[in-house]
Design a protein around this ligand. Structure first.
Ligand SMILES: Nc1ncnc2c1ncn2[C@@H]1O[C@H](COP(=O)(O)OP(=O)(O)OP(=O)(O)O)[C@@H](O)[C@H]1O
Ligand SMILES: [Mg+2]
Length: 472
């Protein structure tokens, strides 16, 4: 018996599963990476050109170069804008595509999961694993990966330029910089769990308001307004509490994050200023230092952020892949035995069944129902009537004995043929949001329409169908 609650996939296995989905988008990824490379080059070019403006055109003797250099800077900035736009656009599409693929895989799998899966997992969990839970994956793949590589390129290229200009000053001014990445990582590390909690609490809040709206009949009939209101307020308070915790953490970290680069600038102004006074550094070079350092703040922050985002993305992808890989649909016999093309006999032979969570619900049931025979199964609530019926279309398999439909063991029959042969009217009817006609024909699209109309007459549907906006 396959498990319906497998453990999350470990990191490496998750990456192995994620990579092919990412690889499907390799062209856009390539475009994004190319843009990141060009962006880095242009971003370094602008401060370097500015240095020449200051040293040659303003301070130096080449006054005539001021305007051409300025024009060049504006042109480079224009191209950089376009490149940045393309990079963001391309990588966002990669993220959206991977998210859509993952969600598609999950929904597709959901449709074939055994009922035991749905006994084990709540609707909220099933839905959120294919929606909220995979947002970090989109965000990480759609932004984090390429932005991370771009950050690394920016840091390396800037460091190289600064080292060439003045190695000692570069080393001193770089001291405060790794702290920016570290502090951002720690900030994200503290913030993300709480933001997840806020999401969860908001879910609880929605649940409470849903209950009040959907169950308004009960609420009013039994005078439960105060109860419902108290529960709602309690949950609203929980959202407020967690949101305040988030605000506190932001208030603690953000000022630090903003102040750190300023320390680097102060060090450069002090040491660099002395170098300029001593004639070992030009004003232009000093400004190059300051501009590049300021320009490094965001890539460093991004790195800290992305490392954390990556951890979350891998965790949530690991949860999804665990379901995709380990949960198996009802096992199907290959080749399957065909059901005879005639009215079918149903025979339970010493059938045992347990939901796996408690004691046996069915204990050695022997029961034969001939074609055309009408049988009512009676019993107190929880006796196992629905359970007995659930074995017929193979929502579950017996844990002992066997069940024959038309002489064929249900485990050996073709699943869809079996389900076509079994008609079930449940206690809770479900209408799909399509035309009534499609609802009526959902099990047998080729049913004779006159027969359907006759059934509608008998069920009293024809009495109100003309009042429906679109009729059948
Ligand atoms: N999905 C499930 N997971 C675990 N136990 C279940 C599940 N569904 C039913 N049971 C348990 O199996 C037993 C039989 O339940 P079942 O729904 O078949 O009874 P029933 O005869 O149809 O009752 P009712 O008359 O209320 O419809 C009960 O003890 C019930 O708690
Ligand atoms: Mg029942």
């Amino acid at each position: 018996m396959s498990t319906v609650d497998p453990p999350d996939l470990p990191v490496r296995a998750t990456l192995r599963r994620l990579l092919p989905l990412w690889w499907e988008q390799r062209r856009l990824v390539g475009l994004g990476l190319a843009c990141a490379l060009i962006f880095t080059g242009l971003s370094i070019a602008i401060p370097v050109l500015t240095k020449f403006v200051i040293d040659d055109a303003i301070e130096g003797t080449h006054r005539d170069r001021l305007l051409p250099l300025l024009g060049l800077i504006v042109a480079v900035a224009g191209v950089r804008f376009f490149v940045n736009f393309t990079r963001r656009f391309a990588t966002a599409r990669v993220g959206i595509a991977v998210e859509a693929r993952l969600r598609g895989l999950l929904y597709d799998a959901y449709l074939h999961y055994p009922r035991a899966f749905y006994d084990r997992h709540s609707t909220g969990e099933v839905i959120s694993r294919a929606t909220n839970d995979i947002y970090p994956v989109r965000y990480f793949i759609g932004w984090g990966v390429v932005q991370g590589i771009q950050s690394a390129m920016m840091i390396t290229a800037s460091a190289a330029v600064l080292l060439v200009v003045n190695a000692r000053l570069a080393l001193v001014s770089a001291l405060a910089m790794p702290a920016v990445a570290l502090l951002t990582w720690y900030f994200a590390h503290r913030l993300f769990p709480i933001s997840r909690l806020v999401q969860a609490k908001k879910g609880h809040l929605t649940e409470a308001s849903d209950e009040a709206v959907v169950g308004i009949e009960m609420v009013q009939a039994f005078g439960r307004e105060v109860d419902v209101r108290t529960r709602f307020l309690g949950r609203a308070e929980a959202v407020r509490h967690e949101t305040m915790r988030m605000a506190t953490i932001e208030a603690k970290f953000l000022p630090g994050l903003l102040a750190l680069p300023t320390l680097g600038i102060a060090a450069v102004l002090y040491l660099g200023g002395k170098e300029v006074i001593a004639g070992r550094l030009t004003i232009g070079e000093l400004s190059l230092f300051i501009t590049l350092l300021l320009q490094l703040v965001w890539p460093l922050e991004a790195l800290g952020w992305i490392i954390n985002l990556g951890q979350r993305a891998v965790a949530s992808a690991g949860r999804s892949f665990a379901w995709l890989d380990a949960i198996e649909p009802m096992p199907q016999a290959v080749p399957s035995e065909p059901l005879p093309d005639e009215p079918l006999q149903v025979a339970f032979e010493n059938v045992h069944f347990s939901y796996g969570t408690g004691s046996e619900v069915l204990r050695g049931v022997d029961l034969t129902v001939e074609p055309g025979e009408i049988l009512a199964v009676c019993g107190s609530t929880g006796a196992g009537k629905t359970t007995l019926l659930n074995l017929l279309p193979r929502f579950y398999d017996p844990t002992g004995g066997r069940l024959l439909v038309g002489g064929v063991d249900t485990r050996h029959a073709d699943l869809s043929a079996l389900r076509r042969a079994v008609a079930i009217v449940t206690q809770k009817p479900v209408l799909f949001s399509v035309l009534l006609r499609e609802n009526l024909l959902s099990a047998r699209p080729d049913a004779d329409w006159d027969e359907v109309l006759a059934a509608c007459d008998a069920a009293g549907v024809s009495a109100f169908v003309d009042d429906l906006p679109q009729g059948y």
